[in-house]
Ligand binder design. Sequence first.
Ligand SMILES: [Cu+2]
Length: 381
Amino acid sequence: MNKLVLATALALAGSIFTGAALTPVLCAPIEMDDVANEQAKEKLELEDMRHELKDIKGEVNGAMQGLGQLQHMLNDRIANPAKEYHLFAREAAVDIGGGVKIKTITYNGNIPGPQLDLREGQPVRIVLHNQLKVPTSLHFHGLIVPHNVDGLPRSKSSAPPSVPGTFRGGPGTAGGAVTVSLPERMVKPGESYGFQFVPQGQGTYFYHPQIVHMEERTRGLYGAIIVHPRTGKQADVDQVLMIGELKNESEAAKDPNARPIYIVNGKTAPYIPPIEVRAGERVRLRLINVCEETVPLHLSGHKMEVVSNNGSDLLEPRVFRDTIALNPGERMDVEFTAGNVGVWSLASEKVSQTTSNGKFPAGIALVVRYQEMKGQQATPQ
Ligand SMILES: [Cu+2]
């Protein structure tokens, strides 16, 4: 094969390989050394291109993953739109049973305030409207939420707009100094404030004014928060019992040592509705103590299984009780299977919490009544 034929053949091969146009190459003879150099150069260039392609592929994959996560978050947000609640702190006369009305302060005119049924991972916005004559605030008792939602409120004069702080281990941070803002969350008369967060951790919680306004809680500002699990079986009967106390202000004016009136879901015995169950049902009671005192609550005829304490699920060993001592601020979720047909007492073991001027029943005393006993006694006697 002569030089010209060889050069033409190599040029042809090269142009096929690189995709270059043929015509100019066919016109001139090429030296062997030049061909080898050219080929080596092309090989290096190709190698570089391959590396670049690999990098681009990596970046595209990363971007696709990011897009996938974004899509997932968007789908989650569409499936779980933010819930919104409005709490109006205002004066009202509440009926604690038997036509006895007490003028006090409430959320939305009732004691307790509205029950907030939240779901794990579903955003919530709670708007507090202060229609009182005094400042108020809001605390989410037991829930783990960011400081700017649940931290102590500050008055404008004492609160700098922001302070430098150190935040470690939070999602998406590598630690280090960040700015933690301390907004003013003292809600003045006539003002409103929206609290937004994403609840985590199923369980029983409650809301009330912050500790700086604790006296407002004892007058009726509180309500239950239930964080439901994303999935899972619920009990057949799921009942919240908020145990509180109220000062009868006209009585207190006459006698400063007058006992408070104990109430369960806003009513005092014998006006607390019975807990109605059917034989075979699984019953969950969510007990919340908003009182200033410990309440030893006893259910007769059954063993209650403690399934959650202060919003934390309990694991093994299983705990069964017939009397539950609830300290102020404590929540206990108990369950039992209705397997003993009858009318049963669910009441405090403290005489002072179940009587008024020596008369029983008053305060914290109600019954669990089986459907089979419908029409029979609805109160402790
Ligand atoms: Cu609290």
